[in-house]
Ligand binder design. Sequence first.
Ligand code: SF4
Ligand code: SF4
Length: 406
Amino acid sequence: MLTTFNSVINEYISECKNCGQCNLSCPTHLTGLLNPLGLLRDLEMNSGSLEKVLNSQSIFNCLACNRCMVDCPTHINGKGKAKGEGQGMDMSNLIRELRQYAFENNITVKDKPEKPGCGTILQNKSDSKASQKTLPKIGVLHYFKNTSDLNLLKTGEIAYFIDDLPQLQKNYPKFSAEIDQIPLAVVRILNQLKIKPVVINMKSSGHDDLWIGDYTTFKMLAEYNVKTYQKAKVKTIVIENDEAYRTWKFDYPRVIPDFDFEVYHLSEFLMEQNFIKKSVRNFPVDVSFTYHDSSRLGRMCGGIYDAPRLILESLKGVKLIEMANNREYSFDFGCTPFLQINEDTKQMWIDFVKEVRDTGAQYFITANPKTLAHYNFVNSSLFKDSDNTRIPIAKDWAVFLNRFLR
Ligand code: SF4
Ligand code: SF4
């Protein structure tokens, strides 16, 4: 088994040119939590080294963000595209394969690190195995209990996939009210186009299960969700949440042989529907915003950079101020970073939020609900704001857009 796995790993690392650029681009390397080049060299040596890698904390400290791949010379056109879309190394998927192997073979971290890192959820196998047994449906209809003006369907051609927002609200109750607004805003936007979306209780997309290495749970979730939409006669799926979008668009088709849906990010869907012309009020405002390119919507999703910007920028009086690191060069908070807070991870998040603040924009706009919660947490808990610095207000992309509807 290890021999077969070694050949999978070799396929990834055989393209590496040993240049070290990934170390220079990796946010966790800057904190001392991960050495991507060192990890690749360890993997290259022999199976003893592979075991060493699997037993170490390194693979759990990776944010799976592919920032390191943007300037990797194995990418013919750069930009860190995911395997299958471009060519060359794919660090995130290599890490995912290593985690999956460790997960499936019950390999746990042996060397307790001096600096425990970001991805400790990966070691919490008991939680994940419990979820395999129950795989609960996620109730989302409560969002629409008091909204008689919104139109939803139980079956139909176009669905809006909400994902596990209720779970996120449970984890971050302090920011729950903010997250509550997301499903309402998306449905309102779609209704404005005279689209009544299918909104039914589904299961989690399985994004986190896939990236912690629990492939079995991920596949079960994918199969359930696909079957549920097939039964509801759905043909097109619209998603705002970047992680769920990435999962439906790229990861589900890899495990579901008869996958036959059109999957759109909400921003792309609205561009195609000529939304701005049809649905936006033309009243002047004077508002500035900065926009966060998450790895899931950018580097790891074929690069959805323009549509979210173009739609907001076309609003009269709304001005975009870019962050210093934007588009393929943007940073993330990481997939699972809040499970273990230490001085290094704190510093990473503080640096990210400083970059947002440095724009001087009034709003910080994101299509990742976790980022919304993380950003608010960092501002409220990790900064000492004696200088009264103006803090950009975090808003979900659709919630912000919703303010400008006719
Ligand atoms: S940047 Fe790419 S080629 Fe260079 S060491 Fe890293 S993975 Fe290898
Ligand atoms: S995927 Fe992200 S965290 Fe992992 S090695 Fe690359 S840049 Fe670093």
